[in-house]
Ligand binder design. Structure first.
Ligand SMILES: [Zn+2]
Ligand SMILES: [Zn+2]
Length: 345
């Protein structure tokens, strides 16, 4: 491996030992193998999935049964490269796409590498994430960012990628109308992305008044309190509905808010099983689908942020060092909190 001369041999690492129990360990700095780069981690966003692993020790079939390093939304600087990677990349500021597909299976060959059955995804058992000093990633998944994009925004290109994948699935084009349920980080970033893709009507529903107010600052053209008025009774007749809430009730009324031949994209993690209004879906020929992560979204994400169409820096409401990862993971208990960033170095 070629590397910058100042590289240490060990790095501090925040390790989830089991549910609700974090510790800090000194671990060896990894080595970039062929095709990989070594990234000194600058900023890591805290994601809802990290919080689920920390609090519940699992997400569906993914179970934390061995120590795990959390964190998969990250940026940093390349400090080392594998044998066959251009050493000129050392020193580049990058956003990391935190996944290692096999590249050989049927889904990878079809270009759907997010559906690779051999996927190694950061901070998903048993693959370690980025609450640590250094990580390795394939060189093509370390995306160079312009100087105008901060390390914090570069880390948040990961949730922006979720939003881009959702908006693509929802087939949003200039003039489209969309309903988004949930004004958490994904809902807010999705509203901004819908605006960037040309949606003319962006309706956001959330139970919490402060979150509805925030949605209006980030692209929503109208907000709805779903307790005061059920979106399904308002005749919204939108082209697409994206659920970023995980609530069965929101999903049901969202499906009933879509026009004939419209699209529903289920993004929120909540109930793994729900009752759906099947005859309504049949009679209106509504397409109901989900997304699983993303494919080839970073170039679009970098453009949206660098051109000022999506603002990620303003979403950051908390900053933590490696000793305070537990506080970072618990910051979502405060309604004013949106995105927390951990600085491992
Ligand atoms: Zn995430
Ligand atoms: Zn594969």
């Amino acid at each position: 491996m070629a590397s910058s001369p100042t590289l240490p041999t060990t790095m501090r690492t925040s390790v989830l030992l089991k549910q609700q129990e974090l510790t800090i360990e000194d671990r060896p700095v990894p080595t970039a193998r062929a095709g990989e780069v070594l990234v000194e981690v600058a900023a890591v966003g805290v994601c809802g999935s990290d919080v689920h692993y920390y609090r519940e020790g699992r997400i569906g079939d993914f179970i934390v049964d061995a120590p795990l390093v959390l964190g998969h939304e990250l940026s940093g600087t390349i400090v080392g490269v594998g044998v066959d990677v251009d050493p000129a990349r050392i020193g580049e500021r990058v956003a990391v796409e935190p996944q290692r597909p096999c590249r050989l299976c049927r889904e990878c060959r079809a270009g759907r590498y997010n559906l690779c059955s051999k996927m190694e995804f950061y901070a998903t058992p048993p693959i370690d994430g980025a609450f640590c000093g250094y990580v390795t990633i394939q060189t093509e998944f370390a995306h160079a960012i312009p100087d105008s994009v901060s390390f914090e925004a570069a880390a948040l290109l990961e949730p922006l990628s979720v939003a881009i994948a959702s908006i693509r699935k929802a087939q949003i084009v200039p003039g489209s109308s969309i309903l988004i349920a949930g004004a958490g980080p994904i809902g807010i970033i999705t509203a901004q992305t819908a605006r960037a893709f040309g949606a003319s009507e962006i309706i956001v529903s959330d139970l919490i008044a402060a979150k509805r107010q925030r949605a209006l600052k980030f692209g929503a053209t109208r907000v709805i309190d779903p307790v005061a008025e059920d979106p399904a009774t308002l005749g919204l007749d939108v082209n697409a509905f994206i659920d970023a809430s995980g609530s069965a009730r929101a999903v049901d009324s969202g499906i009933r808010s879509v026009r004939p031949a419209g699209t529903v994209v289920l993004v929120g993690l909540g109930n793994p099983e729900m009752i759906l209004p099947v005859s309504h879906i049949q009679n209106l020929e509504i397409t109901v689908t989900g997304i699983f992560r993303y494919v080839d979204t970073w170039p679009t994400a970098i453009h949206l942020v660098a051109s000022g169409q999506v603002d990620l820096d303003s979403l950051v409401t908390g900053k933590f060092d490696l000793e305070h990862v537990a506080e970072a993971l618990d910051s979502d208990r405060n309604d004013d909190s949106l995105k927390s960033i951990v600085y491992p170095n």
